[in-house]
Design a protein around this ligand. Structure first.
Ligand code: SAM
Length: 277
């Protein structure tokens, strides 16, 4: 049972983080978690990874930022010692870095990285967190790519939290959950906790679809089978983000520094009052 926190202060802090997030690109499965679930998820992640070096493999939701910020504000008394976000969207990395600079979150940083490339910091972390593309059209292969990078980040010796679809009616979601658990076992990890139907999303076509936390831990004696390497196999890259939506993009580049909390000039025009004279 989570201990009580100052809910008003926590929601206001999460609101600061949400203001700072770039708008989601649906093409790459950027679908953001709803605010109340972000509060609970951030508290859970902070407690789970207390004192650990935590790698985020992708983090459009900005749970990484919430975890660091809630602690810095004194709303949470615990949290990871180091947090690094690896994401192929430069807007997300930029938003994390700018927020960390502004709020002096010294333990938080971000690095542009595409998960089809070899992981640059193998074994440099204790825990990993990923909310990957959910793999509805490739039986969860996309989940496995992100989870594999997480396992490399912890050198096949730590723990991971994988956030994926959890729905009793959807066949694909059940298959992906089963395949992810099988992949974890085959990789020398075991599922030590599964928290069902925890989070909702700003998902227009299936607003009721929820996700779970699948928490995995390396078995004692697990070692990497091979060094991290890049992925080029078409069967992995195809349908990565959904049917006929293949992984073909290396980086999402930021076109200019946006102030995400404010409307951009391209969104509106101003019609002047008629001069009364
Ligand atoms: C795929 S989304 C999953 C939904 C999640 N709720 C979110 O929006 O963060 C998770 C993150 O993965 C990132 N991502 C997508 N494809 C990637 C890739 N090939 N390499 C690294 N990060 C990627 C996205 O930019 C996003 O921030």
């Amino acid at each position: 049972m989570a201990e009580e926190i100052d809910l008003r202060a926590a929601v206001n802090a999460i609101s600061d983080v949400i203001q700072n997030r770039p708008r989601p690109l649906r093409n790459f499965d950027q679908i953001y978690m709803k605010a109340a679930d972000m509060v609970l998820q951030s508290q859970l992640v902070a407690r789970w990874a207390d004192g650990k070096r935590l790698a985020f493999i992708g983090d459009g939701d900005a749970i990484s930022v919430c975890v660091a910020y809630l602690r810095q504000r004194g709303i949470l008394k615990y949290g990871p010692s180091q947090i690094t976000v690896f994401d192929f969207d430069e807007r997300i990395c930029g938003a994390v870095t700018r927020f960390a600079d502004h709020e002096q979150l010294k333990e938080l940083s971000a690095q542009a990285y595409n998960c089809i490339d070899a992981f640059p910091k193998e074994g440099a972390f204790d825990f990993f967190y990923t909310n990957p593309p959910w793999g509805a059209s490739n039986d969860g292969m996309s989940v496995q790519v992100f989870a594999r990078r997480g396992m490399e980040a912890v050198g096949y010796a730590g723990e991971g939290m994988i956030v994926i679809a959890d729905d009793d009616e959807l066949e694909w979601a059940k298959r992906v959950l089963a395949n992810t658990q099988r992949f974890a076992t085959d990789s020398g990890f075991y599922v030590h906790r599964m928290m069902p139907k925890m989070h909702s999303y700003h998902l227009d076509d299936t607003p009721e679809l929820k996700s779970c936390n699948l928490m995995i831990r390396a078995l004692p004696g697990t070692t990497p089978k091979e060094p991290s390497k890049s992925i080029t196999e078409p069967e992995v890259l195809n349908n990565f983000y959904g049917r006929d939506n293949h992984l073909r993009i290396k980086f999402v580049r930021e076109k200019g520094r946006l102030d995400y909390g404010k409307a951009s000039d391209s969104e509106y025009t101003l019609e002047q009052l008629v001069d009364p004279k």
